[in-house]
Design a binder for this molecule. Sequence first.
Ligand SMILES: C[S@@+](CC[C@H](N)C(=O)[O-])C[C@H]1O[C@@H](n2cnc3c(N)ncnc32)[C@H](O)[C@@H]1O
Length: 292
Amino acid sequence: MSDADEIRDAQRTAWAGLSVSWEKWDSVIMDQLRPVSAAIIDRLDLADGHQHLDIAAGTGEPGLSIARLMPRGRVVLTDLVADMLEVAARRASAQGIVNAETTVCSADDLPFNDAAFDSVSVRFGYMFFPDMIKATAEFVRVLKPGGRLCSSVWVKPAENPWTTIAMQAIATELVVPAPDPDRPNMFRCAAPGYVSTLYEGAGLSDVAEWDVHVELVTRSSDEYWEMISEHVSLAAAALQQVDKQARERIRTHAIATVSAFEKDGKIRVPGVARCIVGTKPAMSGRISGAPS
Ligand SMILES: C[S@@+](CC[C@H](N)C(=O)[O-])C[C@H]1O[C@@H](n2cnc3c(N)ncnc32)[C@H](O)[C@@H]1O
């Protein structure tokens, strides 16, 4: 089995297992990540009637928000994992959205024609792709000339205590090896310019990146731990490796640390994402072979 196949298989298993938790914690996750969807949508240059492609859409964002904004348009939500897209379909139906459809596929091998979409979004998907260069080339291939690609990734762990509190608690019981930069992990694309370089390498122009602040809000420290331990890929994977007693000690540690973030009767933990936008150059009017 190739490295890419192995990565896709591991991702399929991991996200199929996490889909139940993502549905359970839907409203908390969506509230936390809403500023990122808003930032992506703001730069996509959407117009009603457009065809939009959402990559690694998971439980449906930002694709479903885009579908609501352009009722005469069409949104295709794609993901490697059918279970995640089934949650997206249930969310679409609950919200009365009829102009969104789902397709199971890998970001690096899209079953769409060239220049089929006006815009493409990827909210927190890039870091999980087996081949990010190939995936970016696919996004550019299916974009119409002049169309925009906008994605988001997490910046470095120190700026994301909403997840590092849990990971530091886990590290009190488990040696968590440094992540392999060539394999999926939540912070794989955290270096400034990382995704911009992929965009420029694929021929996108007007590439820009900027930071977006988020806040994870839970009703209590207990709820914080329950939510993070069930839906964050890194935490869920690490917790499978320890016994019940160690899990309980980790929980106690995380709850004690996160309590410092209590404000107005809620737990409010900050984080920072980075959004990256680029434009597929419009075709020049010059006929190939004609003198310039
Ligand atoms: C953190 S979730 C993001 C979901 C959604 N975009 C959001 O922001 O709520 C990451 C998603 O990437 C998907 N994924 C992982 N590898 C993929 C691949 N090779 N191609 C497409 N999607 C993939 C997972 O199945 C999962 O749904």
